[in-house]
Design a protein around this ligand. Sequence first.
Ligand SMILES: [Ca+2]
Ligand SMILES: [Ca+2]
Length: 125
Amino acid sequence: MRPSGLLDYESMTQKYYILNISASDSGDPVYSSYTQLNISVTDYNDNQPVFSKAVYTVGVGEDIQPGSVIAQLTASDADSGWNAQVGKYYVFVHKQVFWVRKNLRTPKLKLTKTLESTLYLQQSI
Ligand SMILES: [Ca+2]
Ligand SMILES: [Ca+2]
């Protein structure tokens, strides 16, 4: 969800501003003072991780062994810092058979059990 506002951190080329501000009284003579205001724009988590493909399609032989890598998945996030860290991946269906190793930059979908017949896996995101 994007916050209402005019700033978009990802498209801003300048993320730091220095303002010189003065304050003057209305007396006679006029006295003034000055200060500096440093403004840094910080990132808001307004982008979701996006996989490199909408659909991954792989074929594996029936003799594939548990622990074998079936697919390598890549998701990236347009935000910055922790807001862009993609640290968790889940398999929503067949999670007893497949698992994605967590906390990896390029997670791999692995097999946990022996398949009894040729498997044609199609993972939709
Ligand atoms: Ca994000
Ligand atoms: Ca952002």
